[in-house]
Design a protein around this ligand. Structure first.
Ligand code: SF4
Length: 284
């Protein structure tokens, strides 16, 4: 059995996730005790590794049993940051700068009297955080997961910000629906390209490969989306979290094995899986 292993051009940890990991590791070296407010990323192996080094994931402020607290790349409501400071914790704010841009845009719109529509998934920590920034300025804010969610009654100036991982199509759909109602919104396009880039690269590679291996947490929605995308391109795809899951029989008859990874998959996990694939089936 001989084949070539090809890695997608854009795959693995995005800027914001890598930054959060680096900040957490640095804090672990410098601070007496560190925890993260919620699991740092959607990757069980990374979370387990952090736990093994004493960096636990606390579910709420009441659970914190460390002197320093890491805020995840999704960000939090401004009240949470204030409360942590009031309680005397050292806050390591790993909110992704792209998310911060959305938070600040929502706050500014609300301050200027706009009713803010946040295009995104209600309940997602990033979206709840962005909305909280708008509300902290006393503004009205509504989360819309598409044009159908736009409130029937809208008065005054309307501003639109968007969850960083949403698609351009969804944002355009909301803006078009507003325009059809004669509303010209102020739009801050806060979409981050990391997700779309990874999806485009995975789709391109899936066209060329005989089978695809997708690496990342099973609880990671962006990794699962990559897996589904590979399947949608007619490829046999396997979603793995680590090298021990690799089964040599998957690659029988393959000439090209494609590998991609979600935005919450660090480089060492990708390297380990690629090494396992190459080991069980030497390359052509
Ligand atoms: S996907 Fe984009 S916005 Fe989200 S953490 Fe990564 S770089 Fe930041």
């Amino acid at each position: 059995m001989a084949f070539v292993v090809k890695r997608a051009q854009h795959a693995g940890a995005c800027y914001g996730v890598q930054r959060a990991l680096d900040m957490t590791n640095k804090a672990a070296c410098e601070q007496p005790s560190v925890c993260t407010l919620g699991p740092l990323i959607h990757n069980p192996r990374v979370v387990t590794d952090l736990e093994s080094r004493g960096i636990t994931a606390c579910n709420s402020i009441d659970d914190i049993a460390a002197s320093s607290v890491v805020i995840r790349s999704h960000g939090v409501a401004p009240e949470v940051l204030s409360l942590l400071s009031e309680k005397g914790y050292t806050v390591i704010d790993a909110t992704c700068p792209h998310v911060m841009r959305a938070q600040q845009a929502a706050a500014k719109m609300a301050q200027d009297g706009y009713h803010v529509l946040v295009v995104g998934e209600a309940g997602h920590p990033e979206v709840e955080g962005i909305s909280a920034y708008a509300r902290s300025k006393g503004g009205q804010c509504t989360i819309v997961d598409g044009a159908a969610d736009i409130p029937k009654q809208l008065e005054g100036n309307i501003g639109v910000v968007v969850q960083t991982t949403q698609s351009r199509e969804k944002l355009d759909g909301v803006v078009s629906a507003l325009r059809e109602r004669g509303i010209e919104p102020l739009v801050k396009d806060t979409i981050c390209f990391a997700t779309a880039q990874r999806q485009r690269s995975a789709a391109e590679l899936a066209e060329e490969a005989d089978c695809m291996v997708v690496i990342g947490g099973r609880n990671s929605s962006n990794t699962t989306r990559l897996f589904e995308l590979c399947q949608a391109h007619g490829r046999v795809a396997y979603h793995v979290e680590g090298p021990e899951e690799i089964d040599p029989s998957w690659f029988e008859g393959c000439s090209v094995v494609g590998v991609t990874a979600g935005a919450s998959t660090p480089e060492n996990q990708i390297d380990a899986v690629i090494a396992a694939i190459e080991q069980v089936a030497p390359q052509a």
